[in-house]
Design a binder for this molecule. Structure first.
Ligand SMILES: *Cc1c(COP(=O)(O)O)cnc(C)c1O
Length: 376
């Protein structure tokens, strides 16, 4: 059996060449590995247009580990973090701040609405205790793209440093430190960069990082100490994810060959268009208005047809080699299909054909959800 296509928010389908990059063993002090670490750090900073101002700190673990390291290291114990929440990943940052003993303030929107930069401006103007702001660029809970440029402009105007969770956007959606001011952005190896899971990274303003010594309440999730390690001898502080790093180096070569962030964004946008129009032909409707939909993952509202049983739908697709994802929404019953990873037109059409087949097998006539009026 070939590997299934992972139409999920991650881990994702990777290329054969990315997987093949892991077929060696490297010691942590191996010169080739140290050079690859430096090169990956350098290339990630450049992808964010941040080589003049920021540096990249790699961190072992999944994406959440580096978000936790970012908050714990950059928000000092005396600070207050305003988290802009319109989904589970924003809510997770609130939980992280609370666990770390940082004061957290919350501005919240429904999961199918974007963060409103004007409301952020009002809140910041009226609450001088807020020292930092955190936002998710693409809320993977729904697939919604937040207006990052507007939010960053408001934060800059109000002189509050911005921390961005760009986990599901970095490498596919534009982000340039010269145009969008931010203190730090966090992302991981296994989403739009199409590496394998196992490391995250934060791209942090050098002045902010230099001032962050002693902030982190954690030994391992300390961006400052981790950064000093890389700068002092080029090595990771603790056992590095050697294979993951070498796979990411290969994935970054492939990202550049595809035309970088712009090129990758074009492929994902095409995947999205094929998915949404093909699903519409089968009756399915996305949750989000098209102007809020990022080309990352699509939330579809659950059909009303009583023959549509999600577990059977999921299993039928999985048998045909396509893995989809349950919904994570509180506003509506839903499921999700991703359009990122090493997949293109052929795989999207293949997934749609499999969906039509499974609907036939289940006796589902249409994927139409309840009418919006009725759903309210
Ligand atoms: C995937 C993701 C994360 C990190 O999740 P992990 O499971 O820890 O890798 C964080 N934020 C967003 C927006 C994500 O999509």
């Amino acid at each position: 059996m070939p590997d299934p296509y992972l139409l999920t928010p991650g881990p994702l389908t990777t290329s054969a060449t990315v997987k093949a990059a892991m077929l060696h063993d490297w010691g942590s002090r191996d010169a080739a590995f140290i050079a690859a670490t430096a090169s990956v750090r350098d290339r990630l900073v450049r992808l964010a247009g941040a080589e003049e101002t920021h540096t990249c700190v790699l961190m072992q673990g999944s994406g959440t580990f580096v978000v936790e390291a970012m908050i714990g290291s950059l928000v000092p114990p005396s600070g207050t973090l305003l988290v802009l929440v319109n989904g589970a990943y924003g809510r997770r940052m609130v939980t992280i701040a609370e666990r770390l003993g940082r004061a957290a303030a919350v501005l919240e929107w429904p999961e199918d609405k974007a963060v409103d930069a004007a409301a952020v401006a009002t809140r910041l103007a009226g609450d001088p205790a807020i020292s930092h702001v955190a936002v998710v660029q693409c809320e993977t809970t729904s697939g919604l793209l937040n207006p990052l440029d507007d939010i960053a402009a408001v934060c800059a105007e109000q002189r509050r440093p911005l921390l961005i969770d760009a986990m599901s956007a970095f490498g596919a959606l534009p982000l340039d430190a010269r145009a969008t001011p931010f203190m730090a952005v966090a992302a991981s190896s296994n989403k739009c960069l199409e590496g394998v899971p196992g490391l995250g990274f934060a791209i942090v303003r050098c002045d902010a990082l230099a001032a962050a010594a002693g902030n982190a309440p954690s030994l391992s999730l300390d961006l400052y100490d981790q950064w000093r390690g890389f700068e002092d001898n080029g090595q990771w502080r603790f056992t590095p994810p050697t294979h993951v790093l070498m796979a990411l180096a290969q994935a970054l070569d492939e990202h550049a060959a595809e035309g970088g962030t712009a090129g990758r964004g074009v492929r994902y946008r095409r995947n999205l268009d094929i998915l949404v129009s093909g699903m519409a032909q089968l009756g399915f409707a996305p949750l989000l208005a098209p102007d809020l939909q990022a080309p990352i993952i699509v939330t579809f509202r659950m059909p009303t047809d009583p023959a549509f049983l999600f577990e059977r739908f999921y299993a039928g697709l999985s048998q045909r080699g396509y893995v989809i994802y349950p919904g994570k929404l509180t506003v509506a019953d839903s499921f999700r299909i991703g359009c990122i990873g090493r997949i293109g037109e052929a795989e999207m059409h293949g997934a749609l054909a499999a969906i039509a087949e499974v609907m036939g097998e289940l006796g589902v006539a249409s994927g139409a959800p309840p009418r919006l009026e009725a759903a309210k």
